[in-house]
Design a protein around this ligand. Structure first.
Ligand code: ATP
Length: 360
């Protein structure tokens, strides 16, 4: 069993700064769990505590069945992959892969076997005699992964492993890591600030902000039912639109904004309890559509139009609110023109304007 369990794990740095406020979650055996959040949210601190590189101020950490709070990193049966790769420049790829095993006293034959196996898995066979300086960024990253792989650890810990790569390479390495995970069936904890990486790689995602867990769920559940405004606007690209207004039912359902504009809402899906008081309403860019009917009640001003081929992002302004609509390609709206829009009532996300929590 290689599950990882955190119970009330807290980190207070020596200067008194609370980086993690008490995190409780479990990484199931064989699961790829992603920790995601903006810079400074505490995700690296959490990962480093699991690795044993940072002490745990309070709470308990188990790897497998064992509490490892006070176990040295080398005895935790984990392998970590760093953003910086941390390869030894004077060693060949083969030597880099073998180094950790040598330190641990494995015999030569076993080391050779594991290095060959990792090289094959990561397609490094042809590069074994090269030094890191003679490798591309993607190849270096594969060697860094290989160094973790040869260890056959219970748990892989990956700290922003792709952030030094260009966008295209990042995408292909992302697929490679997903494939590797499926093939090994290994438990992995993966840290990133990139929400797209989190959404595409994670079987489940822990969203962090300010050292606190905001929500833990599958990517689609987080997207469909964000627990608060932070999660709602952090995941999704372009980000969710948020409009403060009042949901009303007069000549049909609508969101009434302070400036008198009314966004017409189609269909149903708005509980009575949401009607009549001020709320923050989240609408994903793909949930806004053109209103082709007469008497446009909601027609924000087009500011910037971004055609990306299969769709068009239209940046709009409505009073104090900046909005983005994601529309099918076709006739492009002109900047400066007004674009009538409507939305589906059933696709709204509604939040308490005070606490930012999702309304039930
Ligand atoms: P990034 O994506 O920028 O690496 P992160 O989410 O990984 O951010 P952490 O590195 O975990 O963030 O840091 C969390 C918070 O703890 C930050 O506000 C950081 O300034 C603070 N911090 C980190 N190390 C220390 C330290 N040694 N002493 C005091 N505060 C620290």
């Amino acid at each position: 069993m290689a599950r990882v369990q955190l119970q009330g794990v807290r980190k207070v740095y020596p200067d008194g700064f609370v980086a993690v406020h008490g995190a409780s979650f479990e990484v199931a055996d064989g699961e790829l769990l992603v920790l995601v959040g903006p810079s400074g949210c505490g995700k690296s601190t959490l990962l480093r505590m699991i690795a044993g590189l940072e002490s745990i101020t309070a709470g308990s950490l188990r790897i497998g069945e064992r509490v490892v709070n006070d176990v040295a990193p080398k005895d935790r049966d984990i392998a970590m992959v760093f953003q910086s790769y941390a390869l030894y420049p004077h060693m060949t790829v083969a030597e880099n892969l073998a180094f950790g095993l040598k330190l641990r006293g494995h015999d030569k034959a076993a080391i050779g076997e594991r290095v060959a196996e990792a090289a094959k898995t990561l397609e490094l066979d042809a590069l074994l005699e090269r030094r890191p300086a003679a490798l591309s960024g993607g190849q270096r990253q594969r060697v860094a992964l290989g160094r973790a792989l040869v260890r056959h650890p219970q748990v892989f810990l990956l700290d922003e492993p792709l952030s030094n790569l260009d966008a295209k390479l990042r995408m292909s390495m992302r697929v490679e890591i997903a494939r590797l995970h499926r093939r090994l069936g290994a438990t992995m904890v993966y840290v990133t600030h990139d929400q797209i990486e989190a959404m595409t790689l994670g079987q489940r995602i822990v969203v962090l902000d300010g050292g606190e867990i905001q929500q833990i769920d599958t990517p689609m559940a987080l997207y469909e039912k964000p627990a608060n405004l932070f999660v709602a606007t952090f995941l999704g690209s372009p980000a969710m639109n948020v409009l403060r207004g009042t949901l009303v039912r007069e000549d049909g359902l609508a969101l009434a904004l302070g400036d008198g504009a009314r966004l017409p809402l189609d269909g149903d899906g708005v509980p009575e309890a949401w009607l009549g008081s001020e709320v923050d309403v989240g609408i994903r860019p793909e949930d806004l559509r053109r209103d082709t009917g007469a008497g446009a009640a909601f027609a924000p001003t087009v500011e910037v139009v971004e055609p990306v081929g299969n769709e068009v992002f239209v940046n709009l302004q409505q009073g104090p609110f900046a909005l983005i609509a994601r529309l099918p390609p076709g006739e492009l709206p002109e900047p400066g023109a007004r674009l009538p829009l409507r939305a589906a009532a059933g696709r709204l996300h509604v939040f308490d304007p005070g606490s930012g929590e999702r309304l039930p």
